[in-house]
Design a protein around this ligand. Structure first.
Ligand code: IVH
Length: 680
């Protein structure tokens, strides 16, 4: 018998099949991790798939393609960006700054269309992301070009940088992929990522970014994509450009289609009927603004139907069918009354502007960080200057610029100190750093800051242990490391000023309670350089115990997603320090038991997947997620075949439709509470 050639498996063909499968799996798990926030495999399993793909591609370079996840981070830095001309111009939006102007927009739309005033136009309401507009071009489903808006006609080619955004598919998935799909969206940085980048910058003695938008812009316009890859940019898509092979009847259906192809869409977008509901959305978002994990600077209202959009057309620079409803600015003008020097946890001395108190969107601001003396010199900030101050998220306000035209000539420059303002030690300026540091090991403010950090809400959450008590602990010499907190007695506390029996026992109880915090919080509380909340959580998940983390090698550390060489080195340095180990041992002796947070097994919702949509009135979305997780379930952002329940509030839109289409059980808020056993 003769063997046909077809019967002999060609190793390259076998590899091709496996490579395709690995790419599909990696993209699917990227989406579960970065978009839906509900990973189904561990980092180690993800890495194993990734390495298998890398090995096959090394072996068969012919199999490398544009959509391979191993090439998200391009090789070398560019000299400059090349330019891209948009097929259709990228327009901008007209602004409304209050509800009156929003209603005027609605009236203009109806007047233009010749509709009666009482007509309820179907609108699509969206958060207005405070980032940068980009255009993504998918050719035959493959991300081929990504560009910035530029002047609206021509932008810069930032394809390599956009490819580093993990939540963005390199290849569209699902059915009926158009031959050409241009999608516009906004690239942004989450507040978490922004804080982490800035604290790293500050610790490295570099000039930090003023706000997340500037940080996103700086990251997107990086000529070296390897730097961009370390900045976890995100994107939400919000409008179509040119398309061939797809026709969307409305904004709502556009969102449903692109979400189906795997593109990220903001889960807060909401279809409404009539302008009053759109005004309500604007007001609701203004409330929610403070608790969102990213910055928004308003909402956008769009006429939902694309047929009506076309009928309305556009003016020279903006369409008649949409309006940007801006929130009040988070900037204000005030006076720099003095510049103080503040010593931080790591000894960095930061200049702080004492401002004439001014209100910015409901908060009185009286201080602003000036970051470092290079920044002061760059912006030429002097004592007595009139300045523009900006508050971004809950981040410490920053001085944006000086109004030099307001100078009288009496303004005084501020110079870096030669000695630590707190302990008198000599101050050093490390080569290549802009920061000046106090190297005094016994510098009290450094220690005070590290205890404050340890006790803070997102770390060990020791309620009541604030600045005043910490100050007294130090001045009474009661603590010389954070471990000493766990050996304080009632008698010790009673030595404090204004301390009563009740307060002392509350404080002791709070310290006792903190012994049970989970491992992620404990790692964060240790104050390891470069280890923020998110990194601490990843470390806890990856290593499972403090002992494992203490023993982790650099190699093991960098193999964890989002941990690079600098962070890994910093963790190793921390645990190689015997003094740090001794403090940790003492805490463990005192009964601190940092455990890995376990999902409840055997809860009512074990293994069940929930999606919450629409306006919820009985609980917030965060509360809902916690309720589900406490019962062992998962709450995710989008509806798929794996969804078990969709809980729909008022005005639920595309997700509800998708749930019905897929036959997923739909619950009202009351049904959900009943299922939870909460309804009386
Ligand atoms: S729609 C034809 N939707 O706001 C205009 N823009 O002020 C299409 N932006 O340049 C824009 N979030 O950079 C739209 N949900 C959203 C948005 C949004 C942020 C930005 C975008 C645009 C600017 C207009």
């Amino acid at each position: 018998m003769q063997l046909s050639l077809l019967d002999v498996p060609n190793p390259e063909d076998a590899a091709r099949i496996r490579v395709d499968e690995l790419r599909r799996l990696l993209e699917q798990h990227n989406r579960l991790y970065y978009v839906l926030d509900s990973p189904e495999i561990s980092d180690a399993e993800y890495d194993a798939l990734f390495r298998e793909l890398q090995r096959l591609e090394d072996q068969y370079p012919g199999l490398i393609s544009l959509d391979t996840p191993t090439h998200r981070v391009g090789g070398s830095a560019l000299d400059k960006f090349s330019s891209v001309t948009h097929r259709l111009p990228m327009l901008s939006l007209e602004n409304a700054t209050n509800d009156v102007e929003i209603r005027e927009f609605d009236l203009r739309v109806k007047k233009y269309l010749g509709l009666p005033q009482e007509e309820l136009i179907p609108y699509l309401c969206e958060p207005k992301m405070d980032g940068l507009a980009v255009e993504l071009v998918y050719t035959d489903g493959l991300l081929s070009v990504a560009s910035t808006r530029g002047d609206g006609i021509t932008g810069e080619d930032v394809t390599e940088n956009i490819r580093t955004i993990r939540s963005l598919p390199l290849r569209l998935s699902g059915g009926r992929i158009p031959r050409l799909l241009e999608v516009r969206g906004e690239v942004f940085l989450s507040l978490d990522a922004f804080r982490r980048i800035n604290s790293e910058k500050e610790e490295n003695g570099e000039a930090p970014f003023v706000n997340p938008r500037n940080a996103a812009a700086g990251s997107l316009r990086q000529l070296d994509p390897r730097i961009t890859a370390r900045r976890p940019l995100s994107v939400y898509c919000y409008a179509p450009g040119a398309a061939d092979g797809a026709d969307f009847p409305s904004q709502q259906e556009f969102f449903a289609a692109i979400a189906g192809w795997g593109l990220p869409v903001n889960p807060l977008v909401r279809p409404v009927a009539g302008i009053e509901a759109a005004v309500a959305f604007y007001e609701e978002m203004q409330q929610q603004r403070e608790s969102l994990p990213y910055e928004i600077d308003g909402t956008v209202i769009k006429v939902d139907s694309f047929v009506i959009q076309r009928e309305l057309g556009e003016k020279s620079r903006s369409p008649r069918w949409a309006v940007a409803c801006k929130f009040p600015p988070r900037q204000a003008v005030t006076l720099v009354e003095d510049i103080l020097h503040s010593v931080g946890r790591t000894g960095v001395i930061t200049p702080v502007a004492l401002l004439r108190p001014v209100e910015i969107s409901g908060v009185t601001v009286s201080r602003a960080t000036l970051h470092n003396w290079d920044e002061i010199a760059l912006k030429d900030i002097r004592i007595g200057d009139t300045v523009v101050v900006e508050r971004a998220g809950d981040v410490i306000p920053a001085v944006v610029r000086v109004l030099t035209e307001k100078r009288s000539g009496t303004e005084q420059p501020s110079l870096p100190p030669e000695h630590c303002p707190q302990c008198g030690s000599e101050v050093v300026r490390i080569a290549d750093e802009v920061a000046v540091r106090c190297m005094g090991l016994a510098c009290p403010p450094q220690f005070r800051e590290s205890i404050m950090h340890f006790a803070s809400r997102n770390a060990m959450d020791i309620e009541g242990l604030g600045e005043k008590f910490i100050e007294q602990l130090l001045s009474l010499g009661l603590v010389s490391s954070v471990a000493d907190l766990y050996f304080l007695s009632r008698d010790d506390l009673m030595k404090f000023e204004r301390m009563g029996e009740k307060l002392a026992s509350n404080l002791l109880a709070a310290i006792e309670n903190s012994k049970q915090r989970d491992l992620g919080r404990f790692i964060f509380a240790l104050g390891i350089r470069h280890v923020g909340e998110r990194t601490a959580k990843s470390l806890a998940l990856a290593f499972g115990s403090l002992e494992n983390l203490e023993r982790a090698t650099l190699e093991e550390l960098v193999s964890i997603r989002d941990i690079g060489a600098t962070v890994a080195q910093s963790i190793r340095t921390f645990f190689d320090n015997q003094g740090n180990i001794a403090v940790i041992r003492r805490m463990l002796e005192a009964g601190v038991t940092p455990a890995v947070e376990q999902k409840k097994i055997g809860g009512r919702f074990t293994g069940k997947c929930f999606v919450f949509t629409g306006a919820l009135s009985r609980f917030t979305r965060d509360e809902a997620r916690i309720l589900v997780e406490n019962e062992g379930g998962n709450a995710v952002g989008s509806v798929s075949k794996k969804t078990d329940y969709v809980v729909a509030g008022e005005d639920a839109g595309s997700k509800l439709a998708k749930a019905r289409e897929l036959g997923v059980t739909v619950l009202s808020e009351e049904d959900f509470l009943e299922l939870l056993g909460r309804e009386e």
